[in-house]
Ligand binder design. Structure first.
Ligand SMILES: Cc1ncc(COP(=O)(O)O)c(C=O)c1O
Length: 371
């Protein structure tokens, strides 16, 4: 039998990511591939840097997209900033905090994990206590938008505490960027990474990232080589930062970057504040509909992420069967619970291009039939 091309089914993506990619971005990605050292491509990379600075609200020079997904952004931060025996305080209130711990261990650091219950935000008092107890700590890491639970954390206050104790701050905003307010410079964040497949609604596979001058200094003055060749910023810097004279590091994912470029233009056209506002307005609309269906949220009202709605699966409703029906009968993808929340919650994403009224209506109508 002859192999056939893959034609994906048409879905409405309302899970924890990826979100729907607009036709405009798909069209951009379908444009002809050119060389990654072609001057036209290099000038597009410069534009991406400027557009990412806008998205992150930063003037950080070292702002670019890692050529791999959000996990690579996480790994890039820890690989470059952690040295052997460095103590790293990790504010863990969900699945991704656990991955930060793994990263610290693999790069030879000592993780000090501060646990908060899944579904709650990070308790600042506990971070302060940990900083007092571990006065030799070097870094505080936290997750701005915990995709596993839908809880929003306050990276500004965590960064302030970190700096008061002479630490750098690493922030995961894979789900946060463009969905909730984020001001990297005003909040003095040192290292921050995101993903393209959430509120930017570009295709998965790239990780926007940004480092402050303080973080750059630490990387330049490392006692030992970064333990990952691919993610060593000392090498990447000359690729993304070498104005007019870029040297070969790796072959960039050219068409994926066309997509990111278009996604960032769309964000700038909308305006970052308007994007935050749209995510909140649509969240409130969804919440109203869910309340009418007697569905309740995992997270307290004040600490909820607008773009990730973790809701309790109604009693007596079968988790897997219901999600399969949503997918097969309504072409609707929502997310299952992760880790300790598996079988207990569903995660409804309202991210980027997926955050719109027609999706909310479709989701509420489909859910009403399935439960
Ligand atoms: C908070 C958070 N961090 C990191 C990641 C990893 O991103 P990726 O799946 O693009 O590697 C995700 C992905 O869902 C995430 O939600």
């Amino acid at each position: 039998m002859k192999d056939k091309s893959f034609i994906p089914p048409e879905r409405v993506l309302m899970g924890p990511g990826p979100s729907d990619v607009s036709q405009r971005i798909l069209d951009a990605m379908a444009r002809p591939t050119i060389g990654h050292l072609d001057p036209a491509f290099i000038s597009m990379m410069d534009e991406i840097k400027g557009l990412l600075q806008y998205a992150f609200q930063t003037k950080n020079d070292l702002t670019f997209a890692v050529s791999a997904p959000g996990m690579a952004g996480m790994e890039c931060c820890f690989a470059n900033l952690v040295e052997t025996e460095d103590k790293v305080i990790i504010a863990k209130n969900g699945f991704f905090g656990e991955r930060m711990k793994e990263n610290v261990e693999r790069f030879g650091g000592v993780p000090i994990v501060i646990d908060d219950e899944w579904g709650t935000k990070v308790d600042l008092n506990k971070i302060q206590e940990a900083l007092k107890q571990h006065s030799d700590a070097k870094i505080v890491a936290s997750v701005h938008a915990e995709t596993s639970t839908g809880a929003l954390t306050d990276p500004e206050s965590i960064t302030k505490l970190a700096h008061d104790h002479g630490c750098l701050s690493i922030v995961d905003t894979v789900t946060g960027l463009a969905g909730v307010p984020l001001k990297v410079d005003d909040w003095n964040i040192d290292a921050i990474y995101s993903g393209t497949q959430k509120c930017l609604s570009a295709s998965p596979g790239l990780s926007p990232i940004s480092f402050s001058e303080r973080a750059k200094e630490k990387i330049k003055n490392r006692k030992s080589k970064v333990k990952s060749w691919f993610l060593d910023l000392n090498l990447i810097m000359s690729y993304w930062e070498g104005e007019g004279g870029r040297s070969y590091h790796h072959t960039a994912p050219i068409n994926a970057l066309y997509g990111l470029h278009e996604a960032l233009i769309i964000l700038k056209e909308e305006g970052i504040e308007n994007s935050w506002k749209r995510h909140m307005e649509n969240h409130l609309l969804l919440r109203e509909g869910l309340e009418k269906l007697n569905i309740s949220y995992l997270v307290n009202k004040e600490d909820r992420l607008p773009q990730l709605n973790a809701i309790y699966i109604p009693e007596g409703v079968n988790d897997l069967e219901s999600r399969q029906r949503l997918l097969n009968d309504f072409n609707l993808e929502i997310g299952a619970g992760l880790g300790v929340l598996a079988g207990k919650v569903w995660r409804i994403g309202l991210m980027g291009h997926s955050s719109k009224k027609e999706n909310i209506d479709h989701c509420l109508q489909s859910l009403a039939q399935v439960i």
